[in-house]
Design a protein around this ligand. Structure first.
Ligand SMILES: Cc1cc2nc3c(=O)[nH]c(=O)nc-3n(C[C@H](O)[C@H](O)[C@H](O)COP(=O)(O)OP(=O)(O)OC[C@H]3O[C@@H](n4cnc5c(N)ncnc54)[C@H](O)[C@@H]3O)c2cc1C
Length: 438
């Protein structure tokens, strides 16, 4: 079936980023939009929706506030509408529970009929000046083609499993599936190895630490030399800013790669309070010098995972500073090995319209478009290599969405801040210094 309507914008994927775009484009009558997602409804990272975890970013990272604090789809309005605003006021924290953020996003969707679920995009072609988006309804299997002038790709990132790790072994689990398997993990006396030093690995370790029975043996292994915190000092947080995106974008391709490689602690560490909570919990277990029945080993690179024995998995590590190999056995391995962006297969028939850089990645324009004409196909969350790690941050989503909406409209509908940081990233542009070319 072909839907004869022509949309100005079709957004593919309704994660928080495209949901923000749907919310911010909603009050603009001249934008006819449609947003599609293959899932049956919005459910934010359900396999990691652990009780009591909070967002890592202040609540103002909701769908609209940083672009337009007066928009009725703000988190504060959600709290008002649901009778929770006073409780939020008394709680006195910028960091809302992840469960509440999920519920808020579902509330936003209830008010946006342009968001459709159970609709998988399977192909896109370009015909007579329009993109033809072929979708399959995941339940009825009905095929529909929608026509649009522009696409916004918001398909998110996928769980990453390093290539040397055996696939299709149910004893090896990515953190993204953790809660689906938690009960099984807690069955009597299992040995569980958690790999990774990021936030997800730490959340899973802490949750198992609190819920395990006394015979469960927990091991936590990280490649870095310590379990380091995400950096939240305020001058570092200034890197989450329009100024920094501008600065980063204007560096050369090799320079950007070097910068990204140095920003581990800023984006990949563990929440500072969580590290301390973990320590304090273990301290309590150890009162009277009791054995907490744990192994926590930094500096450990996982080299091989041998799952040939049905009774246990053998993990072979190297302690990197000592250069000493060592083995560990486990009944279950939980991989906190992060997420990666994969280009969606549905782009295959419009490849010739997409710009590439020397590494074959999307050559993303400053306005977040990747097409040859510079204003037809936009990406959300696929531009770390051009717009910095901030691309993954909920706090900058409203900025990116404002930028894209203004670009599409050809005018500044949403006011965009240009310089907010007290520091100057770009001496050629801002610092009042004489500069000489080297
Ligand atoms: C556990 C966890 C907690 C996080 N917490 C924070 C935080 O506190 N603060 C922060 O700044 N960042 C956080 N992040 C990082 C980031 O904000 C999230 O990953 C966020 O979900 C990214 O949103 P997204 O819109 O890019 O993609 P996603 O949320 O991954 O959504 C993508 C959507 O695209 C859909 N899709 C894919 N392919 C198709 C297709 N062919 N057709 C139709 N639909 C399709 C999928 O079904 C999915 O719903 C967190 C990440 C994780 C994993």
């Amino acid at each position: 079936m072909t839907n004869e309507a022509v949309y100005n914008v079709i957004g593919i994927g309704i994660g928080p980023f495209n949901l923000g775009l749907a919310a911010l484009s909603n009050p603009i009558p001249e934008l006819k939009t449609l947003f599609l997602d293959q899932r049956d409804g919005f459910d934010w990272h359900p396999g990691l929706m652990i009780d009591h975890v909070t967002l890592q970013t202040p609540f103002l990272c909701d769908c609209v506030s940083m672009a337009d604090p007066t928009n009725p789809l703000s988190l504060l309005n959600y709290l008002k509408e649901t009778g929770r605003l006073y409780k939020f006021f008394i709680r006195e924290s910028f960091f809302i529970p992840r469960k509440e953020y999920n519920r808020y996003c579902q509330w936003v969707i209830e008010q946006l009929p342009q968001c459709r679920f159970s609709t998988q995009v399977v192909d896109i072609t370009y015909e007579e000046g329009l993109y033809h988006v072929t979708t399959v309804h995941t339940k009825t299997k009905e095929t529909t083609v929608f026509k649009t002038e522009r696409l916004i790709l918001g398909t998110g990132t996928q769980p990453h499993i390093p290539s040397f790790i055996p696939k299709d072994d149910s004893r090896i689990i990515h953190t993204s599936s953790y809660l689906y398997r938690k009960e099984e993990l807690l069955s009597e006396g299992k040995k569980i190895a958690i790999i990774g030093s990021g936030q997800s690995a730490a959340e899973v370790f802490y949750d198992l630490l609190q819920s395990r029975n006394e015979k469960t043996q927990l091991g936590w292994y990280s490649r870095p030399d310590r379990f380091f915190p995400m950096e939240y000092s305020k001058l570092t947080l200034e890197l989450t800013s329009p100024d920094y995106i501008e600065y980063f974008y204007n560096r050369s391709e090799p320079a950007r790669k070097t910068i990204l490689s140095k920003q581990q602690a800023q984006f990949k560490g563990i929440n500072y309070d969580l590290i301390n909570d973990i320590y304090d919990f273990i301290y309590d277990l150890n009162i009277d010098n009791a054995d907490p029945n744990l192994k926590i080993i930094p500096n450990s690179q996982l080299n091989t995972v041998d799952n040939s024995n049905p009774d246990f998995i053998n993990l072979e590590f190297t302690q990197l500073e000592q250069e000493v190999p060592y083995d560990q056995e486990a009944d279950y391995v939980i991989l906190g090995t992060g997420y990666r962006y994969h280009e969606p297969a549905f782009l295959k028939n419009i490849q010739s319209r997409i710009k590439r850089d020397s590494s074959g990645l999307f050559d993303v324009n400053r306005n977040y478009s990747i097409d040859q004409n510079g204003g037809e196909i936009y990406v959300l969350h696929a531009e770390v290599h051009t717009h910095s790690y901030i691309s993954t941050d909920l706090g900058m989503a409203a900025y990116r969405n404002s930028y894209i909406i203004n670009d599409i409209l050809g005018r500044e509908h949403y006011k965009i801040e240009k310089k907010i940081a007290f520091q100057d990233f770009d001496v050629e542009k801002y610092a009042d210094l004489p500069t000489a070319k080297i």
